[in-house]
Design a protein around this ligand. Structure first.
Ligand SMILES: NC(=O)N[C@@H](CC(=O)O)C(=O)O
Ligand SMILES: [Zn+2]
Ligand SMILES: [Zn+2]
Length: 432
C-alpha cells in the first residue's frame, strides 16, 4: 500500500506532505501513490501508544478480545497497546504472553505488547516467570499485577531487582490493600453522605513513596499506573528531583472527571483508583504539562453491561477509554492551553513507547521510520455515543457528552486501519 498524505499539519505546526511505501515514510517528492489522503486542516500525530490496556483475552472474551480491543484502539488513533496481565489464565508465563502477542499480529490493527504479571496468578505471593517472559518471543519489558497492588515489600524489591537485569520496568497499581478494604469511591464528605466506603488518597501515596525508595535501592525502573491524587504528584516530583528512575501515568478520566459524578450512583463512574476532587484534577493536569507525569494511559477496562448496571457497591470497577482518549486529552489539556500538539505527541506516543521499549516511535515522520500515524480533525465536535465505541463493551463515562476532536485516519506500519473515520475490516487490512 502506497499512501500519500497531502498538506498535513505536523505536531510542531509546520505543513508537509507525507509519503509511505513498504511500511515506512519515504521522500514525498514525486511519490506515486495508490491512496491519496487530503489532510488539509488535519493534525498529524505519531501513532498513539497505550501503556495500559485491558484486552481481556484469554478468559474474559465477553468483555473484550484482542481483536475487538485492537479495533477500539485503531479507532482511537492508537497503533500500539500494552495488554494488561489480569486475564484468565493470568499472563504469568511465556506461553500466555506469546499467545496474546501473536493474536495481535494476526489481526494487524495495532502492535500488541503483552505485559507480564509480577506474581503468579497476580496473587501477590510468589514471583512469576519474569525472566522467561522477557526472553520469550513476546520480549516482555513491562511487568504488572494491575488490578492488584504488589503490596509485599520484599516481593516488590525482588521484582525490581530482577527486571533491572534486562532493562524492564515494574508498573505498580499503587493501592495499599488494608487502607482500601471495601473501598467504593474517593474518601471524603461525599462518600460519607452517599454511604459508600472511602478510598483514601494516602493508600495510593504511601505505596508510591515506598516504591520510589525501593526502585532507588534496586537501581530499577518503576512506573506508577493511574496516578490520581495531588499528593501522589508531590511524591513523584520529589523522586524525580532525586534522580530516581520513576515514570508516571494519568488516565484521561482522571484529567476530566471528578468524584461528584458518583452522586447518582451510576456505576459507569466507578473506577479504580476512584475519581477524585477538582483540586486533584488540577494538580494532575499541571503535572502532565510540566513533565512530572510522563504519559497519558487509557486504563481501558471493558466490562459487560450486567456488571456495570448493577448497584454501585456490586458493580465492577473500570471504564473503556481507547476510543475517547485523544478527545479527552484535547479537552483537558489542549483546549485549556496547558499542552500543545508536540506535548500530546510526547505524552501519548513517544514517551509511552520509550517506557515500554517499543521500537519505531522515537523518530516520528522521519524518512525510513515505520509509518505509524494518526490524523485528527481538532475542529470537529460531536456528542459521544455508542457508535463511537468499536470494542465489545460500552462502559464509557462520556456517552451523551460533547467532546472535541475526531480521528479521521490511523495508519499502522503503512497500513490504513481507519480511513475517512471508518475502521477497515481485517481482510482489507491484510490485502493492504
Ligand atoms: N481500573 C479499573 O477500575 N479496573 C481495571 C483494573 C485496574 O486498572 O486496576 C480492570 O481490570 O477492570
Ligand atoms: Zn490498576
Ligand atoms: Zn488497569
Amino acid at each position: 500500500m502506497n499512501i500519500l498524505i497531502k498538506a498535513a499539519t505536523l505536531p510542531d505546526g509546520t505543513r508537509a506532505d507525507l509519503a509511505i511505501r513498504d511500511g515506512v515514510f519515504v521522500d514525498a517528492g514525486g511519490a506515486k501513490a495508490s491512496t491519496v489522503i487530503d489532510a488539509d486542516g488535519l493534525q498529524a500525530l505519531p501513532g498513539l501508544v497505550d501503556l495500559h490496556t485491558h484486552l481481556r483475552e484469554p478468559g474474559f472474551e465477553q468483555s473484550e478480545t484482542v481483536l475487538t480491543g485492537s479495533r477500539a484502539a485503531a479507532a482511537g488513533g492508537f497503533t500500539a497497546v500494552h495488554a494488561m496481565a489480569n486475564t484468565s489464565p493470568v499472563a504469568d508465563t511465556a506461553g500466555v504472553v506469546e499467545q496474546v502477542a501473536s493474536l495481535g499480529d494476526q489481526h494487524g490493527y495495532v502492535t500488541v505488547r503483552p505485559i507480564g504479571a509480577v506474581t503468579i496468578g497476580v496473587a501477590g505471593e510468589r514471583l512469576a516467570e519474569i525472566g522467561a517472559m522477557a526472553r520469550s518471543r513476546a520480549a516482555v519489558r513491562v511487568f504488572s499485577d494491575d488490578g492488584k497492588c504488589v503490596h509485599d515489600a520484599l516481593l516488590m524489591r525482588r521484582a525490581l531487582e530482577y527486571v533491572a537485569t534486562f532493562d524492564g520496568v515494574v508498573a505498580q497499581h499503587a493501592q495499599e490493600p488494608r487502607l482500601t478494604e471495601g473501598a467504593q469511591m474517593n474518601e471524603g464528605a461525599l462518600a460519607s453522605e452517599l454511604g459508600l466506603a472511602g478510598w483514601p488518597a494516602v493508600a495510593e501515596e504511601a505505596i508510591i513513596a515506598r516504591d520510589v525508595l525501593l526502585a532507588e535501592a534496586a537501581g530499577a525502573r518503576l512506573h506508577v499506573c493511574h496516578v490520581s491524587t495531588a499528593g501522589s504528584v508531590e511524591v513523584v516530583r520529589w523522586a524525580k528531583a532525586r534522580g530516581i528512575p520513576v515514570t508516571a501515568e494519568v488516565t484521561p478520566h482522571h484529567l476530566l472527571l471528578t468524584e461528584d459524578l458518583a452522586s447518582g450512583y451510576d456505576a459507569r463512574y466507578k473506577v479504580n483508583p476512584p475519581l477524585r476532587r477538582s483540586e486533584d484534577v488540577d494538580a494532575l493536569r499541571h503535572a502532565l504539562a510540566d513533565g512530572t507525569i510522563d504519559i497519558v494511559a487509557t486504563d481501558h477496562a471493558p466490562h459487560p453491561v450486567e456488571t456495570k448496571e448493577a448497584a454501585w457497591a456490586e458493580a465492577s470497577f473500570g471504564m473503556v477509554g481507547l476510543e475517547s482518549a485523544l478527545s479527552v486529552v484535547q479537552a483537558a489539556m489542549v483546549d485549556t492551553g496547558l499542552l500543545d500538539w508536540v506535548g500530546v505527541a510526547r505524552v501519548l506516543s513517544s514517551a509511552p513507547a520509550a517506557i515500554g521499549r517499543v521500537d519505531g516511535y522515537a523518530a516520528a515522520f522521519q524518512i525510513g521510520a515505520p509509518a505509524h500515524l494518526t490524523l485528527v480533525d481538532p475542529t470537529a465536535r460531536s456528542t459521544f455515543g455508542v457508535d463511537h465505541l468499536k470494542g465489545r463493551s460500552i462502559n464509557s463515562p462520556y456517552l451523551g457528552i460533547e467532546l472535541p476532536g475526531r480521528v479521521v485516519t490511523t495508519i499502522h506500519g503503512g497500513v490504513a486501519t481507519v480511513l475517512d473515520g471508518e475502521l477497515r475490516e481485517p481482510e482489507e487490512v491484510a490485502r493492504g
